[in-house]
Design a protein around this ligand. Structure first.
Ligand code: SF4
Length: 176
């Protein structure tokens, strides 16, 4: 049975920077929970950040690949460099995913860690730009599909596809 890595805040854990959760209410996610498929993870907590914590954004004009390559930083509004925590958290998420044979990740949109289609633009004005968080980028680099809370049906389709080919091909996230 293949597993699904899911953002801890989507499962109701109060781990967001503001001490809140963003629980997702979806029958497929509930079914995965009952089946024992969910691997619940918060990259920022595993990266050593506290709750609550200041918000943080990728520097304007940079992307997740720049951060992971050491060419850009993730900063708080006061300019505190928290890049190290985010990179450590991304690596921890990847290690966790690989240890559990995760096929698909369902991550909270817009986060500098978990965003998979857009992220905040680095100005702390609420603006967003197309892009990824560092965890989402690293997981994708290693063959794990990353979807968000509005794409549960697509995640379920991909999960079924991976399981139908298990035994016939190298599973995503393994053998790399
Ligand atoms: Fe949720 Fe991801 Fe932010 Fe943790 S790092 S609070 S899991 S969006």
């Amino acid at each position: 049975m293949r597993k699904v890595l899911v953002s801890a805040c989507l499962m109701g854990r109060r781990v967001r920077y503001d001490g809140r959760a963003k629980p997702v209410d979806d029958a497929a996610v509930e079914r995965w929970r009952r089946e024992g498929r969910l691997v619940v993870h918060c990259p920022e907590i595993s990266g050593g950040l506290p709750v609550p914590r200041p918000p943080a954004e990728i520097e304007p004009g940079a992307d997740a690949a720049d951060v992971l390559a050491g060419r850009a930083r993730i900063l708080t509004p006061e300019g505190v460099d928290v890049t190290e925590h985010f990179v450590f958290g991304a690596r921890s998420a990847l290690a966790t995913a690989r240890a559990h044979g995760v096929a698909v990740a369902l991550l909270k949109q817009s986060s500098p860690s978990c965003g998979s289609r857009e992220v905040y633009d680095g100005t702390f004005s609420g603006g967003k730009v197309p892009g990824e968080g560092v965890t989402a980028h690293l997981l994708r680099e290693h063959g794990i599909a990353v979807l968000d809370e509005d794409q549960v049906a697509e995640a379920a389709r991909l999960l079924a596809e991976v399981e139908s080919t298990d035994g016939h091909a190298t599973p995503p996230g393994q053998g790399l």
